[in-house]
Design a binder for this molecule. Sequence first.
Ligand code: HEC
Ligand code: HEC
Length: 211
Amino acid sequence: MRNLTVLASAFALVLACPLVNAQTPAAKSADTAAASAANGKRAFTSVGCVACHGAQGQGTAMGIQIAPPPFELPALITYVRQPTGKMPPFAPGAVSDQQLADIYAFLKSVAPPPSASETLTGNADNGKKLFAAYGCYECHGRQGAGASTGPRIGPPAITLAAVLRYVRAPTGQMPPYTTKVVSDQDLADIYTYLKSLPPPPPASSIPLLNQ
Ligand code: HEC
Ligand code: HEC
């Protein structure tokens, strides 16, 4: 949306200049109405994007996922006019800039597919067993309270999504665990177990720090 505003103000400047013919393509696009996700949804189907990109832009065997779009509107327009891969080009006669702005608004309105961390529910009892079975305790301590070989991770200060990311690709001393070794469900169970653990004692209750 911010993009459109920027574009609109750029065009407003162009229009304000008397040397520019009001019928240039740029000036014409300035007349385009605000993008509408509802119109975009219809255009996405009627123009035929849907055949390859799927009803929600989620992708099919013939086209990649494009919703929610990681690119900006100008990039979409450029790509649709001059694709560089297998996608056929669409001229302005087939799909107008206005329709593409609407399609972009529609793609933006599509919620991202739920990630594993949002759909998983963990089981603390099972997590406790797995924490031992996978040897996490060897470095993180029996109750996740930390050891000389690893930091305290119970209760975790980070989200399940962050734990999933870290365990798959640690950046420090910790060895990585692939999904083949420890599944996302296993990690959700471990996370739920760690969440159930008591927080560390406040610093004031540690005698050494009070001396
Ligand atoms: C015949 C199948 C087909 C149709 C129809 C089609 N696309 Fe594509 N599209 C693809 C494929 C395949 C790609 C992956 C890159 C490539 O091979 O061109 C792609 C890539 C894209 C990209 C680039 C995404 C990126 O992240 O780089 C955009 C944007 C896009 N399509 C939008 C559209 C829109 C909007 C329409 C309708 C006007 C449309 N496509 C119609 C097959 C299609
Ligand atoms: C060989 C020792 C070792 C083992 C085994 C181990 N870790 Fe770690 N872990 C570490 C260390 C050390 C760190 C601190 C960052 C680093 O150096 O990678 C860490 C960091 C983490 C973090 C990030 C903490 C944060 O707040 O950023 C998580 C989450 C974690 N470990 C979970 C696990 C789980 C779950 C297991 C079992 C599947 C496990 N670890 C097994 C040593 C280990």
